[in-house]
Design a protein around this ligand. Structure first.
Ligand SMILES: [Zn+2]
Length: 452
C-alpha cells in the first residue's frame, strides 16, 4: 500500500495551495506487527511538515494583509526580510519574515514611531507559541525537568528539549502568572453580599539546597473556597518580596474585598493564619482544625483503654473511662472550659493512682503525657476553638483536610522528600505557583484568553 499525504490550504483571498507532505509505504507481504498503521516516528515527521506548511501559509497571509495601510488603504512597501526562528510544539522553524515600511500618508506619526513594522512580532512575543510554553510549564510542574523534556521529545516533533530550557520556561510562565494577577482587574462579584471566603492552610516541607544553610524549606499551600469557586495556591515565603500581597491577589481573584472577614482553618501553627492576617490587613477568623484535635483525643482514649487493661490497675475504671469519652463530646460542642476541667481531673486521678506495678506505672505515665499534650494544645489555641458541631450542622467546614490534599498535590508529588531533589526557595516557589495553576486549570484558561 502506498499512502500519499497532500494538504490543501485556501487563503482568505481565495488562493488555494497544495502541499505534498510525503508518502508512506506499507508493503503487504512482509508486514510486521510494528509496520501496522501509522507509527510514532512517521506521525512526528508528518506533523512537523504539516506545521511547516500551515505556518508558512499563515505567515504569507499575515504579511500580505499587513501591507495594506489601515489609514489610506494603500500598499506599503516591504523594507527587508529577516529570518526568525519560531519554536512551536510541532517543530522549530526558521522562517523569512518581511518588515514593512510605514506609509507616507501619516508622516507625522511616523516621525514619532519610526522604523519598519514587524507584523509577526505580535504573534510570537517570546519567539515561541503560547501552546508550547504552556505545555513546557505544565509538564515541568508535573514531572522532573529532565523527564518533562523527554516526554515532550518522545511525543512531539518539537526541537531538542533539555532540562534547563524546561526549567527556564516554567520560571517565565510562573512570573507571567504572578504578574498577570497583579494587573488583572478586580472582578466585581455579582452577589450583593461579599462571598464568605474560607482559607484552608497547611505547610509542606521539602529539601533545601545545601547552599541555603537549611535542611528544609516550608512551602505554604492551601485552598481558598467561596460558595461556588475554589482556588489553590502555593508559595515559598523566602522567595517572594511580599508573600502577603501574593496571597491577597489570590483572595481578590475569588472576590475578596478590603474589610471583609476571612475564615482560616489550619492546625496550631501560628505562622500560617498570620500570613493571611497580613494579606487581608486584620479581620481573620482562625479556627483550629478539628482533625488535629480529634487525633489528640483519640490518643488519650487509646492510652486510657490501655491503662484499664493493665493487670495491676487498682483504680475505679469509670473514673478514667468517662472523662476520656466525654472529652470528644465537650470539644465538639465548643464546651472548652468543661473539657479542660475534665482533662485536669483525669490528670489528677492519674497522679493519685499509687501503684508499684511497673507496667501500670508506664500506662499511667502515657495517659498523663497524652493529656498534657492535648491540654497545652488547647491552651495555646483557646481563641481558635469553636462549636464544631454547630458549624458542621450549618454546612460550614471544620477541618483543613482539603488543604492537606493540596499539600500532596502541590508540594509532595513534585517536590516531596522521596523524590530526592533539593530546591532553592525561588525554584520551589515557581513550581508551586505553576502547579497550583495547572491543578486549577488556570494555565489553560489564561492562554486561551490571551489567544482570543
Ligand atoms: Zn497610508
Amino acid at each position: 500500500m502506498e499512502v500519499r499525504i497532500i494538504v490543501e490550504t485556501t487563503l482568505e483571498n481565495g488562493t488555494t495551495k497544495r502541499h505534498h507532505l510525503g508518502r508512506l509505504s506499507r508493503t503487504f507481504r512482509p508486514t510486521q506487527p510494528e509496520g501496522f498503521g501509522l507509527l510514532l516516528e512517521d506521525a512526528k515527521t508528518i506533523l512537523g511538515q504539516l506545521q511547516k506548511a500551515i505556518l508558512l501559509d499563515q505567515i504569507e497571509e499575515i504579511s500580505q494583509a499587513s501591507r495594506i495601510c489601515p489609514d489610506c488603504d494603500g500598499v506599503r512597501a516591504i523594507h527587508d526580510y529577516r529570518s526568525r526562528v519560531l519554536d512551536t510544539l510541532f517543530g522549530r522553524f526558521e522562517v523569512k519574515v518581511p518588515r514593512i515600511r510605514r506609509c507616507a500618508c501619516n508622516a507625522k506619526s511616523d516621525v514619532v514611531l519610526g522604523g519598519p513594522l514587524s507584523p509577526l512580532a505580535h504573534f510570537f512575543p517570546d519567539r515561541s507559541t503560547p501552546e508550547l510554553r504552556r505545555l513546557q510549564a505544565e509538564l515541568g510542574a508535573r514531572h522532573s525537568f529532565r523527564e518533562a523534556a523527554r516526554i515532550l521529545e518522545t511525543f512531539r516533533p518539537c526541537a531538542k528539549q533539555v532540562n534547563t530550557s524546561v526549567r527556564n520556561r516554567l520560571g517565565k510562565v510562573a512570573r507571567e502568572i504572578c504578574d498577570s494577577e497583579l494587573t488583572e482587574p478586580l472582578v466585581p462579584s455579582a452577589a450583593e453580599e461579599a462571598p464568605a471566603l474560607t482559607v484552608f492552610l497547611d505547610g509542606a516541607h521539602i529539601r533545601c539546597r545545601p547552599e541555603y544553610q537549611k535542611r528544609h524549606l516550608d512551602v505554604v499551600v492551601g485552598k481558598i473556597e467561596s460558595h461556588d469557586k475554589c482556588r489553590r495556591f502555593g508559595l515559598v515565603q523566602q522567595a517572594v518580596l511580599s508573600p502577603a500581597s501574593q496571597l491577597r491577589q489570590d483572595l481578590r481573584a475569588l472576590g475578596w474585598d478590603r474589610g471583609k472577614t476571612v475564615t482560616v482553618i489550619s492546625d496550631g501553627e501560628p505562622a500560617l493564619p498570620n500570613l493571611v492576617r497580613g494579606a487581608v490587613g486584620g479581620k481573620v477568623r482562625h479556627i483550629l482544625d478539628w482533625w488535629h484535635i480529634s487525633m489528640r483525643i483519640q490518643h488519650i482514649e487509646n492510652a486510657v483503654k490501655g491503662l484499664l487493661q493493665v493487670r495491676g490497675f487498682s483504680g475505679i475504671p469509670v473514673l478514667f473511662k468517662r472523662p476520656a469519652e466525654a472529652l470528644r463530646w465537650y470539644l465538639w460542642h465548643g464546651k472548652v472550659l468543661t473539657a479542660t476541667t475534665s482533662l485536669q481531673w483525669l490528670m489528677v486521678d492519674c497522679a493519685r493512682l499509687g501503684t508499684d506495678d511497673r507496667v501500670a506505672t508506664e500506662a499511667v505515665r502515657r495517659v498523663q503525657a497524652r493529656c498534657r499534650d492535648l491540654y497545652s494544645y488547647l491552651a495555646n489555641n483557646m481563641d481558635n476553638l469553636t462549636d464544631y458541631g454547630r458549624r458542621q450542622r450549618a454546612g460550614l467546614p471544620i477541618s483543613s483536610s482539603r488543604a492537606e490534599g493540596c499539600v500532596d498535590d502541590i508540594g509532595n508529588t513534585r517536590m516531596g522528600k522521596r523524590r530526592r531533589m533539593r530546591w532553592s526557595p525561588k525554584g520551589a516557589h515557581r513550581v508551586a505557583v505553576v502547579r497550583a495553576a495547572v491543578l486549577d486549570g488556570r494555565l489553560t484558561g489564561a492562554y486561551q484568553r490571551a489567544a482570543a
